[in-house]
Design a protein around this ligand. Structure first.
Ligand code: HMG
Ligand code: MG
Length: 283
């Protein structure tokens, strides 16, 4: 069974030039909640100075209609973010770092080692509250500033997050440049080291390789995929980062390959129309 983590309301909306009204974000999440997805990343408790597009995430969490069985998660960069996530009653948090130093500096203003130190108290508190934590490793294949990232570096950061106590690790191709061979190579290094930590893959789609990479990951044993309806998305601190791989395309490709994906494509299409209307895009 495939787990889809719909990141459209966070990754999809964080990079938009236009300000999207809170009620449109709420309508988008509510539309996604009808699609049978297991998890929706509904916002980010990051600095509103750094990502003003998601400054109203607390309000979004307060106003959404939570569907039973759906996990509503959010990005958290530090303890301040955790406080806000708890106040908003997020079901799960995601800490995030990178395999490339330059990207990490640009994105969260600190080194990889410093980010891991910052996560320690966040993870301690989450553990005592029984709040599930995902750890993201961005630029696991390519960095917009440093170019090709050595797979050993990505592996080491994954292992550091596993050692820190996350229960899920999401490996990110932030600028959508990975090839299937690179995906195969990294997964062969990383998967044996995860223990009980669940792996997820997070592909952006720049060169039309994301679906092939999803399928390659599936063949390697991955069952959790991050994607966004209509392929919206991108990181404001990764120049050239385009949209996430589209949820509908992932569902169709995995089903064609023989996987069971229990989501409602008609409801996803409704959610995509809601998002595109909010973004002023043609459907
Ligand atoms: P900083 O400026 O170094 O933070 O930013 P600071 O600790 O020095 O604090 C400065 C001010 O920000 C203080 O306020 C803090 O209280 C406030 P002041 O005292 O000046 O009034 N502050 C906060 N306010 C609200 N919520 C918070 C928070 N933290 C500090 N959580 C920081 C460091 C990490 C906060 C900043 O760099 C940041 O928020 N970065 C986030 C950037 C981001 O969200 N990027 C996109 C998400 S990552 C991504 O897209 C990749 C992914 O999709 C995977 C992939 O594709 O690879 C996940
Ligand atoms: Mg992303």
């Amino acid at each position: 069974m495939i787990r889809i983590v719909e990141v459209g309301p966070r990754d999809g909306l964080q990079n938009e030039a236009r300000t999207i009204p809170t009620e449109d974000k709420v309508a988008f999440v509510d539309a996604l909640s009808k699609a049978g997805l297991q998890e929706i990343e509904a916002g980010a408790f990051v600095s509103p100075e750094w990502v003003p597009q998601l400054a109203d995430s607390g309000e979004v969490f307060r106003r959404i209609h939570r569907a039973p069985g759906v996990t509503y998660s959010a990005l958290v960069p530090n303890e301040r973010g955790l406080d806000r996530a708890l106040e908003a009653r997020a079901d799960k948090i995601a800490v995030f770092t990178a395999a490339s130093e330059t990207f990490n500096q640009k994105n969260i203003n600190c080194s990889i080692a410093e980010s891991l130190r910052r996560f320690a108290p966040v993870l301690d508190r989450a553990r005592s509250l029984k709040l599930p934590v995902r750890g993201y490793v961005s630029t696991a294949f390519w960095c917009p500033y440093e170019g090709k990232v050595p797979p050993e570096k990505a592996r080491d950061v994954v292992v550091a997050l596993v050692d820190a106590g996350v229960e899920e690790v999401s490996i990110g191709d932030t600028i959508g440049k990975a090839t299937a061979a690179e995906v195969r190579d990294l997964l062969s290094r990383v998967l044996p080291l995860l223990g009980s930590v669940r792996p997820a893959m997070h592909f952006h789609d720049t060169y039309g390789q994301a679906i092939e990479n999803v399928l390659e990951s599936w063949r390697a044993g991955i069952r959790t995929f991050d994607c966004s309806v209509g392929g919206i998305g991108g990181c404001p601190y990764a120049p050239g980062a385009p949209g996430n791989v589209g949820t509908e395309a992932v569902v169709r490709a995995l089903r064609d390959a023989g996987a069971t994906v229990d989501v409602d494509l008609t409801a996803l299409e409704g959610a995509r129309r809601t998002a595109f209307a909010a973004l002023g895009r043609n459907s």
